[in-house]
Ligand binder design. Structure first.
Ligand SMILES: Cc1cc2nc3c(=O)[nH]c(=O)nc-3n(C[C@H](O)[C@H](O)[C@H](O)COP(=O)(O)OP(=O)(O)OC[C@H]3O[C@@H](n4cnc5c(N)ncnc54)[C@H](O)[C@@H]3O)c2cc1C
Length: 492
């Protein structure tokens, strides 16, 4: 039985490990932290369970397909509920759109805000659904070694519908004029970590997921999916080693000879690097074997980092929902401060997650579990003083816009920012979501999955194909397993 090492236990590491074990390999995962999940870890304190990273469960078919492939159902591992409203966008005091679970109701809301926009929303989502289906069937489950992979009848026929070359902002403007609606439609771009002007309209497929498929939540928190994948991995015989830092990948004859973990060397037939791509290349392997040099990385457009606050309060909140987007400030100015002129934002947009509204298991009775997130330029000078400044900003805005004054009700608070991303995940510039999904960083233009100088080393996760986000990382893990399996079979 051939053995494979997987570096990192985030979504991509765990899904690749499960796939490889199913293909008959002996798989060992090495994770530097003391728990699994990477950016999707959680922590428990004072009766609260805080998810540290992802909280939006979109593209439910990707999760379902993965478990089904392994003869399992989601219900075997966690309870999924559909949120209603899916999320809420706060524009000013007493002005918010609550996006309902029912698409028909959303059509009515659009129509009330702008004449004719209900029908336009239907058309927009209809086209987005087509993109989603073509994307899922023919685009995203590809290793992207070559453009030829994408030339098939379905894609050629669908080319007209895909809007690869038009930008997201002008595409949305063709449908809607009211700024509340355009801001709502542009919001999924935040997930993709680029500006709407810079993102191909192809990604309106995300609107189909968020506005039509809906927003889901696993009871117990997002980390329950990691618990599920870790369990499935053990059921398949995968061994996961925690507190195990991979320090070096040694190469001879264009093959990985051994990897050093906590000072000890281990030999494997193949290695899947599911830790941040930049870290693996720039720190773990010798210069002459790297796919890319440091100038290449400096030129990449990174998705944002984030400033996060995990907060427990000893009262229940009013006028907020499970997911709340505070869009009361100028999106373009904030985007400029993330991408064009990296700086601490003057008046940031922010996101508030309040999962204890849905889930009584993650906060003590009568208390609320909150996570505030401000998207930031990666690489900013991260200081406690700045963190505190922005904590006061979000508390003031929460008070002003929703009437919740929580300052004297805080029973737990922890912040997390650029320095923590670098320390905990070896994240390049402390990025939160990998690379921005601009056209020039899509598919074959992303950092490649295979190392061109080392035959049995492959990369997976949010910095390679298909991109950032939990569903793409799950897909990435599946693709890499197929690729390394093909390579090892060819070599033997
Ligand atoms: C704050 C935040 C909010 C987000 N919100 C959402 C959301 O709502 N919905 C969504 O779909 N996506 C969201 N994302 C994005 C999503 O979480 C990521 O795209 C995804 O989890 C990345 O998975 P990954 O496996 O590629 O990387 P990671 O989760 O980072 O896993 C990499 C692992 O490698 C380990 N590692 C690194 N170096 C070494 C080493 N030398 N040795 C051993 N192990 C090592 C790390 O500790 C880590 O566990 C969010 C991300 C963040 C940070």
């Amino acid at each position: 039985m051939k053995n494979i090492a997987v570096i990192g236990s985030g979504f991509a590491g765990l899904t690749s490990a499960i796939e490889l074990a199913s293909l008959g390999y002996q798989v060992t995962v090495f994770e530097k932290n003391s728990t699994a999940g990477g950016r999707a870890r959680n922590f428990k304190t004072n009766g609260f369970t805080f998810d540290m990273g992802p909280s939006w469960y979109w593209m439910p078919d990707v999760f379902e397909k993965f478990f089904n492939k392994h003869d399992k159902k989601i219900e075997d591992y966690y309870k999924l509920v559909k949120l209603d409203p899916g999320f809420s966008v706060i524009y000013s005091k007493n002005d918010q759109i609550k996006v309902p679970a029912s698409f028909d109701k959303l059509v009515d809301i659009f129509e009330k805000i702008e004449n004719g926009s209900g029908e336009k929303l239907k058309k927009f989502i209809n086209k987005a659904e087509k993109k989603y289906k073509i994307g899922m069937d023919s685009l995203v489950y590809k290793p992207s070694h070559s453009a030829l992979e994408f030339i098939n009848l379905k894609v050629l026929k669908g080319l007209f519908h895909l809007n690869v070359f038009s930008n997201f902002r002008s595409y949305v403007k063709k449908y809607f004029s009211n700024s509340k609606l355009t801001r709502l439609m542009e919001f999924p771009i935040l997930f993709l970590g680029a500006t709407p002007q810079n993102t191909p309209a192809l990604y309106s497929l995300m609107n189909y997921s968020g506005l039509h498929q809906g927003t889901y939540y696993p009871i117990g928190g997002f980390h329950e999916i990691i618990v599920a994948l870790s369990k499935l991995a053990s059921e398949k015989g995968v061994v996961i080693n925690y507190n195990s830092v991979v320090e070096n990948i040694s190469v001879s004859n264009n093959k990985v000879d051994n990897i050093t973990v906590n000072g000890d060397q281990f030999e494997f037939d193949g290695v899947v690097a599911a830790a941040d791509y930049h870290h693996v290349e720039q720190v773990l392997i010798d210069k002459k074997y790297r796919n890319y040099n440091s100038e290449y990385w400096e030129k990449r457009e990174m998705a944002p980092s984030s400033l996060l606050f995990y907060v427990g309060v000893d009262k229940k909140l009013k006028n907020v929902h499970h997911h709340n987007l505070f869009f009361d400030e100028d999106f373009d100015q904030h985007a400029k401060e993330i991408y064009d002129e990296p700086n601490w934002p003057k008046n940031p947009l922010f996101y508030l997650s309040c999962p204890s509204i849905t889930d009584a298991t993650i906060a003590p009775e009568g208390k609320e579990n909150l996570m505030f997130l401000i998207p930031l330029a990666p690489g900013l000078n991260d200081t406690n003083k700045m963190r505190e400044k922005y904590f006061n900003v979000v508390l003031e805005r929460l008070k002003k816009l929703t009437g919740n004054d929580i300052k004297s009700n805080i029973v737990y608070k922890k912040s997390y920012c650029v320095n923590d991303f670098m320390k905990d995940y070896n994240a390049f510039k402390g990025n939160a979501y990998g690379l921005a999904n601009t056209l020039r960083q899509t598919a074959i233009f992303k950092p490649a999955m295979r190392n061109i100088n080392i035959n049995n080393l492959y990369y997976t996760g949010q910095l390679t194909v298909p991109g950032p986000g939990v569903p793409p990382s799950i897909i990435s893990g599946q693709i890499v397993a197929q690729e390394i399996d093909k390579q090892l079979k060819k070599a033997s």
